[in-house]
Design a protein around this ligand. Structure first.
Ligand code: ZN
Length: 294
């Protein structure tokens, strides 16, 4: 399997998971993965769960996360969900070349939906010279999210280094799209078959998507969960989650829906291609990745 491109269908929609590359989260820039991803988890229970996932608590020192964007060809529209990280890290910013390899030029994308304003989701809005990476696209974002990142003093509750990085990316990648931007403030259809779902918590206006065609459904849950363990332990929040209480409520709503509707789910940070199903297990849930060849 090509580890950067994965084709699948949702009804008649032709879809593609496209990697923008990977980023390695490791000290000293980031806390150790268990602390970063499960900041409020009780220590003993955390260690037990990590071992169940074949992770040795003391030895798990780096979390290598892919950044997985999605292209949906509805037959009428070519939609991109999130633009990756651009030049954030040595191995990111691969989106455009991966699209190119599939015969998709930047000008072919007519709609870009941004799930939220973190660097790894908006960093590819612009090219390094500063112009728009997708010159013909209409951009869509949740209004609260746009307001948060473009306000004078975005209230980022992280250390100075992280805060500076986040604000720098927002400052570079959001103002240029303002002229071709649609803001949404309630759950509605963005395009036929593509529905916006309010999923706040990770950030103030974080958005999920339900993509439906021919009786099939893909739920793009973006960063509502960052690691498969979050599906089992929805109350364990990451250090980067803006409002933990909201994160937990949002996760429960999305996981419940995914399991009940047997929807295919795409999670941006899960092992590539990030696709799987949420299985009801007692009171909780479990992640089951799709089978991929190779
Ligand atoms: Zn992310």
């Amino acid at each position: 399997m090509n580890a950067e491109i994965y084709h699948f269908k949702v009804g008649t929609f032709k879809c593609m998971a496209v990697s923008d590359g990977t980023h390695t989260y490791t000290p000293p820039t980031f806390p150790p993965p268990a602390t970063f991803l499960f900041a409020n988890a009780p220590k003993e229970r955390l260690e037990q769960v990590l071992r169940e996932h074949s992770l040795q608590p003391e030895q798990w020192i780096e979390w290598i996360s892919p950044y997985i964007c999605v292209v949906v060809d509805t037959g009428k529209h070519r939609v991109l969900v999130d633009t990756g990280a651009g030049a954030l890290a040595p191995n990111t910013g691969r989106l455009l070349q991966n699209l190119q390899a599939e015969g998709i030029a930047p000008g072919d994308i007519d709609t870009v939906i941004l799930t939220h304003g973190h660097p790894d989701h908006i960093g590819g809005n612009t090219v390094s010279e500063g112009g728009l990476a997708f010159p013909n696209a209409r951009f869509v974002m949740w209004k609260d999210e746009w307001d948060f990142w473009t306000s004078e003093e975005a209230e980022v509750k992280l250390d100075e280094h992280a805060k500076e990085l986040l604000l720098m990316f927002a400052g570079k990648n959001l103002p240029p799209i303002q002229g071709s931007l649609d803001l949404i403030d309630h759950e509605r259809e963005i395009l036929p078959g593509i529905q916006a779902i309010a999923a706040p918590g990770h950030t103030p206006g974080h958005m999920a998507l339900a993509i439906s065609s021919g009786g099939e459904q893909l739920l793009c849950i973006s960063d509502a969960v960052l690691h498969p363990i979050h599906v089992e332990q929805p109350e364990w929040c990451a250090a980067v989650d803006f409002a933990p209480d909201q994160v937990v409520a949002t996760r429960r709503r999305l996981l419940n829906r995914a399991a009940a509707e047997k929807a295919l789910v795409l999670a941006f940070h899960f092992p590539f291609p990030g696709l799987g199903y949420v299985i009801q297990k007692g009171e909780g849930w479990q992640w089951q990745s799709i089978e991929t060849e190779g």
